[in-house]
Design a protein. Structure first.
Length: 157
């Protein structure tokens, strides 16, 4: 989130600069973390899909023009939307992505940031058809599929 905030604040467009920001921020805010692949995936994915993500924010929060949304909230939303739309649900289920974004908003945003982020991401989640609504884990999903197969086999007998 720090890198996205900095990228947005500075108006950077250069991928090399984004790489430098990621490395510097990981070193500063997550010392000892050697593998920053997830950070790179999230930041670069969000930056690369900004043109698709920003209109979604505008659609889901029409009373708030994007340039009037605080930089913190705007980038938390971008990150959350990226995870909802382009993320791997086996790594981060949609509800977890929403909860993480809400926690970021509580920690770094203003007084109403968490409600705002929750409202926008909740709307997007519903419009996506509430993926994995009934599943809290991949293991649960596999177990349910196994049970359905056993039930079908028993019915055939």
């Amino acid at each position: 989130m720090q890198t996205l905030f900095e990228w947005d604040f500075k108006g950077e467009k250069n991928d090399k600069i984004v790489d430098e920001m990621i490395q510097r921020n990981v070193a500063e805010f997550a010392p000892g973390v050697e593998d920053c692949a997830l950070v790179e995936k999230l930041v670069k994915g969000t930056v690369n899909h900004k043109k698709e993500i920003d209109p979604i924010i505008e659609k889901c929060a029409p009373e708030w023009p994007l340039e009037q949304v605080t930089a913190v909230d705007r980038n938390i939303l971008r990150l959350g939307i990226f995870e909802l739309m382009y993320g791997d649900y086996s790594e981060v289920p949609p509800k977890v992505a929403i909860n993480e974004a809400i926690e970021l908003a509580k920690t770094f945003g203003g007084e109403s940031s968490a409600r705002f982020v929750n409202g926008v991401l909740g709307t997007i989640y519903r419009e996506l058809g509430e993926p994995l609504k009934e599943d809290s884990s991949e293991n649960h999903k596999r177990q349910r599929e196994d049970n359905e197969m056993k039930k079908a086999e028993n019915e055939e007998k």
